[in-house]
Design a protein around this ligand. Sequence first.
Ligand code: ADP
Ligand code: MG
Length: 368
Amino acid sequence: MHDARPRDLRALGASFQVHGTLVEAAPHGSGHINETYAATYDQAGTPVRYIHQRINGHVFKDPARLMENVSRVLGHAATRLAGRPDASRRTLTLVPARDGRPYVVDADAAVWRTYLFIERTRTFDIVETPAQAEAAARAFGQFQSVLADLPGERLHDTIPDFHHTRKRFDAFAAAVQADSCNRAHACADLIAVALAHEADTDRLLAASAAGDVPERVTHNDTKINNVMMDVATGEALCVVDLDTTMPGLAPIDFGDMVRTATNAAAEDEPDPARVVSRPEMFEALVRGYLSAAGAFLRPTEVAWLAFAGQLLAFEQALRFLGDHLQGDVYYRIHRPGHNLERARAQLALMTSIERQRDAYEAIVRSYS
Ligand SMILES: Nc1ncnc2c1ncn2[C@@H]1O[C@H](COP(=O)(O)OP(=O)(O)O)[C@@H](O)[C@H]1O
Ligand SMILES: [Mg+2]
């Protein structure tokens, strides 16, 4: 997704309201979407770090509107956190451009933004302990809670229908029908499992249409590596990666935590027998999430938490399998059949959650 051209970060940095002189800049973090750099500036003898980030214009078609969302969200979060100890490590802080806008457009028409660097934190790519799962879920719950009273108009949809499971299913079914790479025959077993679960795509959407699950401001990319943890205390301080923060459903955010944090294996584990959803991680997520979100969620939303992980694993399986059928055009692959393996693993995860349904419902009930 990145083009590997060297960037002139000196000129770029100078177009933001950053004091001092650039000392060094290097690629930072393990994100797969944007290009992220950590840049150190000498400010009257003190080194101060910033994040310069180039927004991926292939994924996000309207970065200016995206940045309108981000600055509204962060403005509100700053107001809500004002006065709390360590407030500036508990939310991202945008550094405006010299012209006052929240971003800069470079010579290639790419959009850049700058954040204060949140020091003495780290992120994890894989959840190692239930305590980490609990801390991350609490952070995402707090994020939703802070935004539950965001004033003003509805946020822009930065990726329209991002988690619209019915539309995802229909796109998948069309890819099966077209079979443009002649790959459907060889994965007929997985296609059959996916098609058999069609009814699941409409269930949460129907509850939303009925008013039981209201539209809220949600994060929509609730992976553990989007949570900055304090290196000293392990506390989840701050969530990052706000590009998909937009109107959405709370159980979807929770479901993607379940999908990514409870899986005992990697997302692309080739052996589906190793893919299981771990109940101790699920319980930690419920405990952390409801400790922060329990106060504003309706019982009719909480009722979806046990199913949400299954739904998100299904949605992701549809996306991987659809991409495999279309010739691997969206997800970068590192070996032939990679998207097929990813799809098989997601379907195994879906099945694992489905099998533990009663236990997961009981866990949710015990915390609500
Ligand atoms: N303000 C910040 N301070 C310190 N590190 C950050 C900051 N913002 C992002 N990062 C690091 O950079 C990584 C990638 O940023 P992110 O916004 O998640 O981009 P992507 O969309 O590519 O995942 C994060 O996982 C985090 O480790
Ligand atoms: Mg990220």
